[in-house]
Structures are given as C-alpha cells and as structure tokens.
Ligand binder design. Structure first.
Ligand code: ZN
Length: 493
C-alpha cells in the first residue's frame, strides 16, 4: 500500500493538487473517455490515453488494485455540439457505403492496433455505448423523475437552468451560465425544442433514415453522447468513484454534463479526482486537420508526411510525450522528436550497461538518492519529465561506474537494476523492442556499402567522388568519421 510519501493528484474540480486517498482502498476505480470510432485515432488521443496508461501503471506499482474502464463510443456522438447534425458514425457509414457497425469494428480494430504499438495496457473493461442502451434509458428515466429533464417530440433534454438553480452547473469548467449566454450566438429561436440554450439532449428522436436506433418510452431514438459515460462509469465503478480522466477538450461540455447527469439521476457527484491531459501543437500551432498540420500515428511512425523529416518509432514518440508534463501542451517538431530519439537511445544503452556492470567490494555511489527522487517526482502528480531527468542522473552514474570512476557493490547494483526495470519498463511503459528504428539494421548495411564505395574511390585517388559522397550524406544529417584505418558513420547530433 501507499508508502510514506503520499501521492498528489491535481484535481480539475478543486483546481488544486490534493493528496490521493482512494474511496475504498486498495481498490481504485478509474474511468477514461475512450475514442469515438468513426475515423483513425489521432495523436492527441494517443497522448491522452498514454497519460492515463502511466497513471494506471503507477497506481498499480503503488499497490492499488485498479479497475480501469475506458469506453468505446459507437453511437450518439453527433457532428455538432448543439445536438444537431448527423451521428459521426452513421455519416461515415453512408460515405463508405457500409454498415455503421462495420465502421465501428474497423476503427475499433485500428484504435487497438495503434495503442498496442505505443504499449498501452488494455483497460480492465472496455464497454460500448450500444451495449448499454437499457441502462441509458433507465438513467434518463431517473433524471426525468427527479425533475431535471423534459421531453419534447420524442427527444429528452437535460434542464440545465433548473439544475443550476439547485446545484452548480459549471463547477468543473469554471464557466458561468450568464457568461456563456453572452458568448453564444446560438439564440434559441421559435420552434426550437430546447427551453434554454445550455440544455442538452440525453435522448434524441431518431431521424427516418437513421440505422442505429432503439425503442424507448419516448419513441424510437438514440442516447445523447454525454449520457453513455455517466452510465458506464457508474455501472462498473459505483455511483462515486476515484478518478475520471480525459482530454482537456472534454472538460466542457462533456464532463460538466456527466456531473450534472449523475447528480440529476442519483444525487451523487460521481468523481473524486478529475484529471485532464493537455493538447498537442505542431511547430507552435494547434494541430488540426484543416491547417494541414495534423498527422496520424502511422504517418509519424513511417515518416510519410510533408512535415516529417523521417519516421519515429512508437517508443520515441512515447518517450517524447513523457518528457512533457501531461498538463502542458506538447509541441511536435522534427528537432524535438530527434532529441527524444537520442535521449531514449542513451537511456536504453545505459540500461544495457547497467545489466553488465562489474561490481566491487564497496559502493561509493548513492543509489537510494536516485530511487527516492524518482518516486517523489511520480508522487508529485505523475511528473514524468522530472522522473526522466532523475533517471538520466542515474545514467551519468552508471557510465561513471562503467568507466571505473565510481564503484558499486552487489547489493546496490541489484537495487539499481531493479529500479530501472521498474521505472523505465513497468511504470513509464517503454520497451526495448520498439525503441530503435526498425530500419536500423538496413541503414547499417546500406551505410557499410556506401562507405566501402567511398573508400574505393579514395584508393583510386578519385577525391571528388569521395567528397561528393561525404557532402551528400551531410545533407541527410549523416556524418562520416575517418580514422586511420576505418570509417564510421552516425546521425549528426
Ligand atoms: Zn466520456
């Protein structure tokens, strides 16, 4: 169980770092909003899921028994936040001329493949919205019974105005209804079903051509998007549970609505610690499809995108994400990714060295200090960048022992080896397999060939060819080092 040092979590609800106290230790319930499976998962999502993968791993390391629920949204997510427009999955199905469930399956498979590549541990339960229609209808009924929702023409809307009179709509996002009203240009005109601009659909009447739809006390329809998370989180984790995570973009309205729905239905605020991960930017600009600066995880791995100089391994990307605090934005640039690639290589090389260090009678190094520092930074709201910095302090130490500048005894070596295995592989979730580029072997062989050709031209006193090869390689950021009897190559630092 939790050690002497408490774990601190930044709670978006209180806007403070709080000591983590599980509701029912050693059990921890954690819910993370999963993907809407209507298109390829984008990198921002990967980063968000990665954040909670590390949270899950660290809580497990601390000795908690975590039930981790991450849903699949396979119905109900409309193109428009104002409860208008098509269902995202239905629209895609019409475009591709296949069944909505084929879209769901295709992109669920794709999502699983992607998160596997980044070594994300699968959740304990991965429930789907379509698998919980009955529970969603029941929750709508409870909300209506408690007077927080009303039915109009086969749709049911959450009564935000009434709710806000008795509770606090906006407590999570810090938004105030009157400020929102001033900002909105979405004035409710005559004929609109909603009574109030901020009301949201918890059940929506199905259009004639809708394929995925269900019978309900209000007629044939589909559940509102916010509802599924309230239903599935509380079904599997209880009316009140420990941690709810998601991207910053979900804080409002999605998570705000989840709180209102749970309080509206059951009178219970559902979540003790709300956690939100920040967004991605590319070269300082928001990553977005319309700006042409967004790339898919596959494109980042293959390097097949105009903005990418080369491909980066999933572990380089994972390491790159972990070098930033989850609450900060992460900026993609080739420079930063290549720096992460080098850093990761250095770390992995040091771990190889660590596993083969020669021991001495005496240690003159303080391994406990590194271990203590790593734990403290993780306990400080999962501060992975600082943890990685401490691991690199250890890299210096490892290399100094390897260079015989310091000594380590058997007992300390075991402790240090165990620490790196635990923190690098189990907690940060890095792996050796996907660390170095899969093309490395081929690159080595090709470079060997090029160096041989260059050496031949030098032997033939064909200096211009030899220089041409060197200069052209330099343009590719590859440098050749000539020593007396051999030549080596490396990517330029
Ligand atoms: Zn959700």
């Amino acid at each position: 169980m939790p050690e002497s040092n408490p774990l601190y979590i930044y709670n978006s609800l209180s806007r403070k770092k709080e000591v983590f106290e599980a509701l029912n230790p050693p059990f921890v319930g954690m819910y993370v909003c999963g993907p809407t499976v209507y298109s390829d998962v984008h990198l921002g999502n990967v980063r968000s899921f990665l954040t909670f993968d590390v949270v899950y791993r660290y809580l497990t390391y601390l000795g908690y028994n975590v039930r981790y629920v991450r849903n699949i949204t396979d119905v109900g997510h409309l193109l428009d936040d104002r409860d208008e427009g098509d269902d995202k999955i239905e629209k895609r199905a019409r475009l591709e001329k296949i069944e909505p469930m084929e879209i769901v399956q295709k992109y669920t498979n794709g999502f699983h493949n992607t998160v596997n590549q980044f070594n994300l541990i699968p959740p304990s339960i991965e429930p789907t919205a379509t698998g919980h229609i009955i529970e969603q209808i029941e929750m709508v009924q409870r909300i209506i019974k408690n007077g927080y929702a009303y039915e109009v023409n086969g749709s049911v809307y959450f009564n935000v105005k009434k709710y806000d009179e008795e509770h606090n709509y906006g407590e999570l996002s810090g938004r105030k209804l009157d400020e929102l009203l001033n900002q909105t240009r979405d004035e409710l005109e005559g004929g609109h079903e909603k009574r109030f601009f901020a009301d949201f659909a918890i059940w929506k009447k199905a259009a004639k051509d809708t394929i995925m739809k269900w019978d309900s006390p209000w007629g044939i329809g589909v559940p509102g998007w916010h509802l599924e998370c309230s239903v599935m989180s509380t079904k599997y984790l209880g009316q009140a549970f420990d941690i709810h995570g998601g991207g910053m973009d979900l804080k409002f309205p999605h998570h705000e609505c989840e709180i209102a729905q749970s309080i509206g239905a059951d009178g219970v605020s559902p979540v003790k610690y709300w956690m939100h991960g920040n967004m991605l930017t590319v070269n300082g600009t928001k990553m977005s499809k319309s700006l042409g600066n967004s790339f898919l995880p596959e494109e980042l791995i293959s390097g097949d995108h105009p903005l990418l100089e080369k491909g980066y391994t999933p572990m380089t990307v994972r390491f790159f994400f972990l070098q930033a605090n989850y609450k900060s934005t992460v900026d993609f640039s080739n420079e930063a990714l290549q720096a992460a690639e080098k850093g990761l290589n250095r770390l992995m090389t040091a771990i190889d060295t660590l596993m083969q260090l020669t021991t001495s009678e005496q240690s003159n190094v303080d391994v406990d200090a590194i271990i203590k520092a790593s734990k403290e930074s993780m306990n400080d709201d999962f501060n992975t960048p600082t943890t990685i910095a401490h691991l690199f302090d250890g890299v210096k130490l490892i290399n100094s022992i390897n260079d015989n500048k310091n000594t380590i005894n058997d007992a300390d070596l075991k402790i240090l080896q165990n620490h790196y295995n635990t923190f690098v592989f189990d907690i940060l979730g890095l792996t050796k397999e996907n660390s170095s580029s899969s093309n490395d072997e081929l690159s080595d062989e090709l470079m060997g060939l090029i160096i041989d050709l260059r050496n031949q031209s030098k032997e033939n006193k064909d200096w211009s060819t030899a220089d041409l090869i060197r200069d052209e390689l330099k343009k590719l950021n590859i440098s050749i080092k000539d020593t007396k009897d051999s030549s080596t190559w490396d990517y330029e630092k």
